[in-house]
Design a protein around this ligand. Structure first.
Ligand code: ADP
Ligand code: ADP
Length: 226
């Protein structure tokens, strides 16, 4: 069964912009899937609609065999990393990581245990008491990733998570993300405008244009010279 199934998914923003236009897409369980396309083609909207941060205007979103089209974001089993990480500046690393578990009403000891565990997996053990302002860009990115993982989601949604890193950290983060996905087998949807990044990381790539998918396939299929 597909991990994510989108049927005729349409998002029209107030004001009339049609950011998604009857888009159909199936993403397989465990797949590392890249969304590529020019600025404004609807990549972020697609991720946000899967996460439930935007409500679909028409069409449906399924996660596994569950229709979540009208399910609020806190009750969807997804973890999202934003381009600017969107960490809470006044909270410690532990509280940032544990935040999704608070939304799910886990107890304080449960939250701290889960946060410490994920922090260990991402090499953040020494940083638990710090606040985001006291971390490097690469460390902040790992905290954002840890927060997305804390509730052990079925699906990771990554919105240009590497775009604020310098070239060296970016390469390191690519390798790291890929390893994480292989070890945990979590279905990952990754937005980028960087072809090389999509090529290096994705099992499959969809190229979007004006709220639709223009092309879809393996990196070889999508980038094959005519
Ligand atoms: P991408 O991530 O590919 O750059 P977006 O999903 O951010 O594209 O945007 C798709 C289209 O929807 C663009 O025309 C953008 O201006 C518009 N859009 C995005 N967010 C909003 C919003 N909150 N309100 C109105 N229009 C929006
Ligand atoms: P919004 O105005 O979009 O409703 P919120 O007040 O819910 O924003 O959240 C503030 C910031 O925290 C947002 O930038 C959002 O990206 C981030 N955020 C909200 N909920 C979560 C969550 N469950 N996991 C990770 N980040 C979240």
């Amino acid at each position: 069964m597909a991990a994510i199934t989108l049927r005729e998914l349409t998002k029209v923003y107030p004001g009339g912009v049609r950011a998604l236009d009857a888009l159909d897409l199936e993403i397989a369980d465990g797949e590392f899937f890249a969304l590529l396309g020019p600025s404004g083609c609807g990549k972020s909207t697609l991720l946000r609609t899967i996460a439930g941060l935007e409500e679909a205007t028409e069409g449906s979103v399924r996660l596994g065999d569950e229709d979540v089209t009208r399910t609020p974001p806190g009750r969807r089993n997804v973890g999202m990393v934003f381009q600017d990480y969107a960490l809470f500046p006044h909270m410690t690393v532990t509280d940032n990581i544990a935040y999704p578990l608070r939304i799910k009403k886990a107890s304080r000891p449960e939250r701290h245990k889960a946060a410490a565990e994920v922090a260990g997996e991402l090499g953040l053990d020494g940083l638990l008491g710090r606040r985001p302002g006291e971390l490097s860009g690469g460390q902040q990115q790992r905290v954002a990733l840890a927060r997305a993982m804390a509730a052990r989601p079925q699906v990771f949604l990554l919105d240009e998570p590497l775009s604020n890193l310098d070239a060296r950290l970016r390469l390191e983060a690519r390798t790291f993300l890929k390893r994480l996905q292989q070890e945990l087998g979590v279905t990952t949807v990754f937005v980028t405008h960087d072809q090389a990044e999509a090529l290096a990381m994705a099992d499959r790539i969809a190229v979007m244009e004006a709220g639709r998918i223009r092309q879809i396939g393996t990196p070889r299929e999508v980038f094959r010279r005519p």
